[in-house]
Design a protein around this ligand. Structure first.
Ligand code: PNS
Length: 160
C-alpha cells in the first residue's frame, strides 16, 4: 500500500524551511500533496495562483510531489485524497501550542488521519513566511532563505 501525506499550509510564500520538510517527508512517504488551504487568521500577500506558481517552480526537482489548493476542512481533504497523514513542520516552542491544538482538533474531526511532525532543520528555526515578508518589505537581504523564484516575486511585489 502506498503511504501518502498532505502537507498543508498557507505557503505565502514557500520558504526553504518548507522545502526541507518536504524533502525529508519524502523519505517517509511515497507521495506528498502540498496543499494550500485557507487559514482564517491570515491576510495573504500572494494570490492562490501566485503561491501555486512559486511552489511549482520550487518543487520541480522533487518527484512524488503534487500541488493543489482546497477550500474547506483539512481532514475532509485528506480523506478525499486517500492520505494517511497530515505532515507539519515544528520550529520552536512557540509553534507547539498552535500545532498541538490543530492536531487534536483534526483528530477529533477524523480519528483515521494521523498528524506527523518533523522538527525543522536548525538552519530554518528562526525563519517563517511572515518574518521573511517583513524583512523583504523593508529591503532586507533574504538570500538563501527562500527559493530564487520567491526572492524575485517578493522583490516585484514590494516594488509595486
Ligand atoms: O501555514 P499555516 O497558515 O500555519 O497553515 C494553517 C492551515 C492552512 C493548515 C490551517 O489553517 C488549516 O488546516 N486550514 C483549513 C481549515 C481547517 O481544517 N482547520 C483546522 C481544523 S479546525
Amino acid at each position: 500500500m502506498l503511504r501518502t501525506a498532505i502537507y498543508p499550509g498557507s505557503f505565502d510564500p514557500v520558504t526553504n524551511g518548507h522545502l526541507d520538510i518536504i524533502e525529508r517527508g519524502l523519505t517517509l512517504f511515497d507521495g506528498i500533496t502540498v496543499a494550500i488551504l485557507h487559514n482564517p487568521a491570515k491576510k495573504y500577500l500572494f494570490t492562490v495562483e501566485e503561491r501555486i506558481g512559486m511552489l511549482e517552480e520550487s518543487l520541480k526537482k522533487f518527484s512524488g510531489v503534487s500541488i493543489e489548493a482546497f477550500d474547506g476542512l483539512l481532514v475532509d481533504y485528506a480523506v478525499q485524497k486517500n492520505a494517511q497523514a497530515i505532515l507539519r513542520g515544528m520550529r520552536a516552542v512557540s509553534d507547539f501550542e498552535y500545532e498541538f491544538q490543530m492536531a487534536l482538533m483534526n483528530r477529533r474531526l477524523n480519528r483515521d488521519v494521523q498528524t506527523v511532525f518533523l522538527m525543522t532543520g536548525l538552519r530554518w528555526i528562526f525563519t517563517s513566511s511572515s518574518i521573511i515578508k517583513e524583512a523583504a518589505c523593508f529591503g532586507g537581504n533574504i538570500n538563501g532563505m527562500v527559493p530564487p523564484v520567491v526572492q524575485q516575486k517578493l522583490k516585484e511585489k514590494f516594488k509595486q
